[in-house]
Design a protein around this ligand. Structure first.
Ligand SMILES: Cc1cc2nc3c(=O)[nH]c(=O)nc-3n(C[C@H](O)[C@H](O)[C@H](O)COP(=O)(O)OP(=O)(O)OC[C@H]3O[C@@H](n4cnc5c(N)ncnc54)[C@H](O)[C@@H]3O)c2cc1C
Length: 388
C-alpha cells in the first residue's frame, strides 16, 4: 500500500472507530483500553516499533501520515501517553529481550497502563538529587521513599522508577532504573488536584515495596544513563503530541478561533497569522526531527528545543485566544478557560522552560555550562531534599 492509500485507510478507520461521545461516568478507562486494543488490531499502535515486540515495523512516514489524520479526531489515548511516549521507548532502547517481550505488547494493546516515577518533592529540575532508596536484598530490591507529580499513576499497572542505590558516590553515579509493580501493597497512590480541577497527577509513597532484580533496566548505578534516554523520548513525544487529543477539540486552535472572532478585523488577522506561522514552524521542526530519527540521526538535545517551542506556543495560543474572545473565555464551563488553566503545565512537565533553555544553550549552541559544584561530591555529603 502506498502512503496515500495508507492515509486514506487510516482516515476511514478513524471515522468509523473513534468515539464521538464522552463515555458514561466511571467507564472512561475501560473504554480507552478497548479502543487501544482495536487500534492495535487495526495496525495503528506502535507503528514504528519492531514487529517482534508487538509493533507494526513501519517507518516514520506511516507514523506521520497516521498522526496527521488523527489530529482531526479526539482519540481516547491520554492514559497511555506516558507508556507510548516515554517508558515504552525506554524499554525498547535500554531493556533486555525478556523485558521487551513481557511489557511492550500489553502496552501497545492498552492492556497495561504505565507511569514515570522520577520527580520528588526535593528533586524536580535537579532530578539527580532524588532520595528514594532501593536496597538490594538477595534477588530483589526493597524501595522506600516518595515521588510526586506522577501523571496517570492512579491508573498505572507499572511504573518506571529512578531510585538511589549508592550514596557513597556523586549523585549522578548512584542511581538505578527499575520497573515497579504499582499494584502491590507497599505502593500508595494519592491523586493531587491541579488548578484546572483535574487530578492529572499524583503523589506516591513507597513503604518496603519490592522489585525483583529481573525488573531492573540497565546496570546497577547506571540509572542516569537510562533516565537520559527516557527524558529525550519524553521531550520528543510531548512536542509531537503522542497520545494527546487532536486540535479538533482545542478551543484555542486557529480553526476554533476563526469561528468565534471577527476575522475581518486586520489586527485580529495579523494575530491569527502569527499563530499559524508558529504552529507550522513547530510542525515542520518536529517533522524534520522525525525524519532524521528514521534516518538514524540522533536528535539529542534538539528534542528540548522542540519541547520548549511547544510550551511557548501553548502559552501564546491560550493568551491570544483569551484576548480575542474576551472575558467570556473564563466563564465557568467554557472549554477555553479549561485550556487556559492547563497551559502553564506545558512549561513545567517534562522539564521547565528554563531547564530546556539551559540544555539548548549548552548542548546545541555550545555555550559554557553553568557551575556544578556538587559534581564530584559523594551524594551522602550533599544538602539536598530532607538530607541535612
Ligand atoms: C503536568 C505535569 C506533569 C508531570 N508529570 C510527571 C511525571 O509523570 N513524572 C515525573 O517524574 N514528573 C512529572 N512532572 C514533574 C516535572 O518534571 C517537574 O515539575 C519539573 O521537572 C520541575 O520540577 P519542580 O516542579 O520540582 O520545580 P523546581 O525544579 O523546584 O523549579 C522551580 C523553578 O526554578 C527554576 N529552576 C530550577 N533549576 C534551575 C536552573 N538550573 N536554571 C534556571 N532555572 C532553574 C525552574 O525553571 C522553575 O521555574 C510533571 C509536572 C507537570 C507540571
Amino acid at each position: 500500500m502506498n502512503l496515500d492509500e495508507y492515509r486514506r485507510a487510516a482516515r476511514a478507520w478513524l471515522l468509523e472507530n473513534t468515539p464521538t461521545e464522552d463515555p458514561p461516568e466511571g467507564e472512561a478507562v475501560a473504554r480507552a483500553k478497548q479502543f487501544m486494543a482495536r487500534l492495535h488490531d487495526a495496525g495503528y499502535s506502535g507503528i514504528t516499533w519492531p514487529r517482534q515486540w508487538g509493533g507494526q515495523g513501519l517507518t516514520q512516514a506511516e507514523e506521520r501520515a497516521f498522526a496527521a489524520e488523527a489530529r482531526a479526531f479526539s482519540l481516547p489515548t491520554y492514559i497511555f501517553s506516558i507508556g507510548l511516549g516515554m517508558t515504552g521507548p525506554t524499554i525498547l532502547d535500554r531493556g533486555d529481550d525478556e523485558q521487551r517481550a513481557r511489557w511492550l505488547r500489553p502496552l501497545l494493546r492498552g492492556e497495561e497502563v504505565w507511569c514515570q516515577l522520577f520527580s520528588e518533592p526535593g528533586a524536580g529540575s535537579d532530578v539527580a538529587s532524588l532520595q528514594t532508596r532501593a536496597v538490594r536484598d538477595g534477588d530483589h530490591w526493597v524501595v522506600n521513599g516518595q515521588k510526586v507529580w506522577t501523571t496517570n499513576a492512579q491508573y498505572a499497572d507499572w511504573g518506571l522508577l529512578l531510585a538511589r542505590t549508592d550514596v557513597d558516590v556523586p549523585k549522578h553515579k548512584g542511581m538505578t532504573m527499575f520497573v515497579i509493580d504499582m499494584r502491590q501493597q507497599g505502593v500508595t497512590v494519592k491523586p493531587l488536584k491541579d488548578m484546572s480541577g483535574r487530578s492529572g497527577f499524583n503523589e506516591i509513597f513507597f513503604d518496603d515495596a519490592v522489585i525483583p532484580d529481573t525488573d531492573r533496566v540497565g546496570e546497577v548505578n547506571d540509572g542516569w544513563g537510562v533516565a537520559v534516554t527516557t527524558l529525550l523520548h519524553e521531550r520528543l513525544s510531548i512536542s509531537a503530541g503522542v497520545g494527546m487529543s487532536g486540535q479538533r477539540d482545542n478551543p484555542a486552535s486557529l480553526e476554533a478561533l476563526r469561528k468565534v472572532v471577527d476575522t475581518g478585523d486586520p489586527l485580529v488577522r495579523d494575530e491569527l497569522v502569527e499563530l499559524h506561522i508558529r504552529s507550522r514552524a513547530l510542525a515542520l521542526f518536529n517533522q524534520r526531527l522525525a525524519q532524521e530519527t528514521n534516518a538514524g540521526i540522533f536528535p539529542g538535545a534538539r528534542g528540548s528545543a522542540a519541547k520548549l517551542l511547544l510550551a511557548e506556543l501553548t502559552l501564546f495560543q491560550t493568551d491570544l485566544a483569551t484576548r480575542l474572545v474576551g472575558p467570556e473565555s473564563v466563564v465557568d464551563g467554557n472549554p477555553l478557560g479549561f485550556a487556559v488553566s492547563l497551559a502553564p503545565a506545558m512549561a513545567l512537565g517534562g522539564g521547565t522552560n528554563e531547564i530546556m533553555r539551559n540544555i539548548v544553550g549548552e548542548r546545541v549552541l555550545g555555550l559554557p555550562p553553568g557551575p556544578r559544584v556538587d559534581k564530584t561530591v559523594p551524594f551522602k555529603e550533599l544538602k539536598v531534599g530532607t538530607q541535612t
